[in-house]
Design a protein around this ligand. Structure first.
Ligand SMILES: Nc1ncnc2c1ncn2[C@@H]1O[C@H](COP(=O)(O)OP(=O)(O)OP(=O)(O)O)[C@@H](O)[C@H]1O
Ligand code: SF4
Ligand SMILES: [Mg+2]
Length: 447
């Protein structure tokens, strides 16, 4: 982009590399700790609370400056709720959201006003998210009015510039949303989100309502804008094929939890959570050479269970083909088992079994296994055994060379334990400060 005024201050080119796991605090734009959102269920005349939808149930992750974090999971896993929590369109029940080191968890409408400029959301539905009675000019110019900002050259000129940035004709300033196609409407939504030069853009299923032929155009537009404007993205999708090309890292959510968080390449090459593996195998394989790879497909049985009373232990145990007793009783902590790859599983794929003593499959696992081909089951057992053998070999070599292999293992375990207790204590602290209140009004959007 040539126009000087266009450029949003680039954020130090924070593109992450897959080996880059030790992240300095200064490189983190957004940090989420123990984040929860429980929607109360009320009944009766007195509207007494009889339960809660545990839409987001204690998640931790960070978004690095300049990166794209993809968030995937089946319908109802809490992705949209997470997106609304981090942009503070919803008030968390518990947990903490920090933006550039500032705790914004409980900022009120006034406090959030200045923050709104820095974080914007693009919504899934390009039809419902634009007010049909407003012209495109009014819609894209609304953030300036709400924030009391007068762009150089006036609002009209700036809106026209934004329209051309997203590939729309600036002359169409006075048209109404119904005069545009779905893809064009999504471009209008993107122009509106970019108006105030945000640092973080959360895009909730930005292309899933669009024709497949248009999806790539919008994804590419988002990609180009990121490069030009130094944006940081959180892109939510249920389809791994959408986030695959644009994400630096990917978080996989299941029933209100993050079950795996890894660099894109590690995740695709060697997924460690069985749910990730199942999601990946549900993605059509575009490579014609791999057409015959049908037998690798794992299909997930049934729907995601209700977040009102999620399964005990590992929430995936009712659908997982590897589930054993420990999965039913004990929730696995999200641990960094490989550099840059965090996973919450007792019996991870492509890694040493974390609970090798627990071998008897649950009956649900046997049923789920019927959907998994024998080759995949065999490969899964093989890779885990191979990793275990490799680790054992490395340990004995280290021991032979006089290094404190056992010490290293012990410190790794301590680190793992520390992480687990950190998670627990942050959740406790979060719970202590939990206070659900009405969601903020969505002031910067044009519903
Ligand atoms: N305002 C609300 N009140 C009560 N329950 C809600 C509310 N918003 C979401 N939920 C519930 O929270 C759970 C998570 O919903 P959410 O929309 O975050 O999931 P999602 O992963 O975005 O799903 P999808 O892929 O269908 O968009 C669902 O069970 C949903 O019904
Ligand atoms: S193996 Fe156990 S812990 Fe791992 S995903 Fe399956 S049920 Fe969950
Ligand atoms: Mg959603």
């Amino acid at each position: 982009m040539s126009d000087e005024k266009v450029s949003i201050p680039a954020q130090s080119d924070g593109a992450t590399t897959s080996e880059d796991t030790a992240v300095a605090d200064g490189d983190i734009l957004l940090k989420v700790t123990g984040l929860q959102k429980h929607f109360p269920i009320r009944k009766g005349l007195l509207q007494r609370q009889v339960g809660a939808v545990r839409a987001v149930d204690g998640i931790d992750f960070e978004v690095r400056k300049g990166e794209t974090l993809g968030v995937v999971g089946e319908s109802g896993c809490g992705k949209s709720t997470m997106g609304r929590l981090i942009t503070r369109l919803l008030e968390p029940t518990a947990g903490k959201v920090e933006f550039e080191g500032t705790d914004i968890t409980h900022l009120g409408v006034g406090g959030m006003r200045s923050m709104r400029r820095d974080m914007q959301m693009i919504f899934q539905d390009p039809y419902g998210s634009l007010n049909p009675r407003h012209t495109v000019g009014t819609i894209v110019g609304a953030p300036f009015k709400l924030q009391g900002v007068e762009p150089e050259g006036g609002i009209k000129k700036e809106v026209q510039r934004l329209l051309s940035v997203v590939g729309l004709n600036p002359e169409h300033y006075n048209r109404y949303p119904h005069e545009f196609s779905g893809g064009q409407r999504q471009r209008i939504g993107i122009a509106r989100a970019l108006a105030l030069k945000p640092k973080l853009v959360v895009a909730d299923e930005p292309v899933s309502a669009l024709d497949v032929s248009i999806q790539a155009q919008v994804v590419n537009l988002l990609d180009d804008l990121q490069e030009e404007l130094g944006l940081t993205y959180v892109i939510i999708a249920h389809d791994l094929s959408v986030v695959r090309h644009v994400s630096d890292r990917i978080a996989v959510m299941y029933l209100g939890k993050v079950v795996e968080l890894a660099d894109r390449d590690s995740l695709y090459k060697a997924p460690m959570h069985p749910y990730t593996k199942a999601l990946m195998s549900a993605v059509p394989i575009p490579d014609p050479k791999r057409k015959n790879a049908k037998s690798e497909r794992i299909l997930l049985k049934g729907d995601v269970p209700s977040p009102i009373s999620p399964p005990s232990g590992c929430r995936f145990h009712t659908r997982c083909w590897k589930a054993t007793e420990i999965c039913r009783t004990t929730e696995p902590a999200l641990l960094e088992l490989k550099p840059g790859q965090r996973v919450a599983c007792h019996h991870p794929e492509n890694f040493e079994d974390q609970a090798p003593q627990d071998t008897v499959l649950l009956s649900a696992a046997k049923e789920a296994a019927e959907l998994v081909s024998d080759e995949v089951l065999a490969e899964s057992a093989e890779t885990s055994a191979a990793v275990a053998a490799e680790l054992a070999e490395a340990t004995s070599e280290d021991a032979a060379s006089g290094e404190t292999a056992s010490g290293e293992t012990a410190s790794e375990e301590t680190a793992a334990e520390e992480t687990a207790s950190e998670v627990a204590s942050s959740e406790e602290t979060a719970e202590a400060s939990a206070e659900a209140s009405d969601p903020d009004s969505q002031e910067s959007t044009d519903k």
